[in-house]
Design a protein around this ligand. Structure first.
Ligand code: NI
Ligand code: MN
Length: 225
């Protein structure tokens, strides 16, 4: 399996012949390494309804004939705009051609901002993806929560993608606590330095999360496991 970091909380996950894009915030993202119309994928996963996570999901899904996997409310919103969708919800999972996806809780918001207000996008989620016998946990946007112990006990997490930028999510110190509960083999930090308000130092995170393999990915770089 191969993960490529496309900045913010956006990753490409390649497994077998499949290409999954998670939280495709590219248009309007000052750190995005590619344009939405350059993305090739067969699935798009969205953790919650905020604009910096839904991003280009509908446009990417439509021009790739890809399927959007997200909570029920986001899936219906995207389906109304002509995308193929598969709705899930927290605690539920489904076997897809590439492997299994399960949604977890995340403590955050999920409203989608339009010119006239916010659309209801259900509860925010984290995403567990299991394929090729390996498990990736994308925490979405979240504060620290004790149920991470349960997620860590029920899943042997090979790679955890954790926000460290603070302000809207866990900061470095809370992400260190998350690592202790999740017990992943490798951690890749995300959701930092896209904007000034979420500045964080991934080297500080790596130092404080002693004993765990922390692999901050430069934007555009990949990690194979
Ligand atoms: Ni958010
Ligand atoms: Mn966010």
């Amino acid at each position: 399996m191969k993960l490529t970091y496309w900045s913010h909380s956006c990753f490409l996950l390649e497994t077998g012949p499949h290409r999954l894009v998670i939280d495709p915030f590219l248009t309007g993202n000052p750190k995005a390494p590619l344009k939405a119309d350059a993305v090739k994928c067969d699935f798009v996963l969205v953790s919650h309804g905020h604009n910096d996570h839904v991003g280009d999901a509908v446009a990417i899904a439509r021009c790739n004939n890809a399927t959007i996997i997200a909570n029920y409310e986001i899936a219906m919103f995207c389906g109304q705009q002509g995308a193929n969708v598969h709705p899930l919800h927290i605690g539920g999972s489904h076997e897809f051609p590439f492997g299994r996806v399960k949604l977890t809780i995340a403590h955050h918001g999920s409203g989608y901002q339009t010119d006239t207000g916010f659309l209801y996008m259900g509860n925010p989620t984290g995403i567990l993806i299991t394929a090729e016998g390996k498990t990736v946990y994308h925490a979405g946007d979240t504060g620290l929560f004790l149920d991470m112990q349960l997620i860590g006990r029920l899943n042997r997490i090979d790679v955890a993608l954790l926000p460290i930028g603070g302000n809207f999510t866990m900061d470095v110190d809370d992400a260190v606590e998350a690592v202790a509960m999740l017990k992943p083999r490798t951690v890749i930090p995300m959701h930092y330095d896209t904007f000034d308000v979420i500045h964080a130092d991934p080297a500080e995170f790596a130092r404080k999360a002693a004993g765990v393999s922390v692999k901050p990915l430069p934007i555009g770089a990949s990690f194979e496991f």
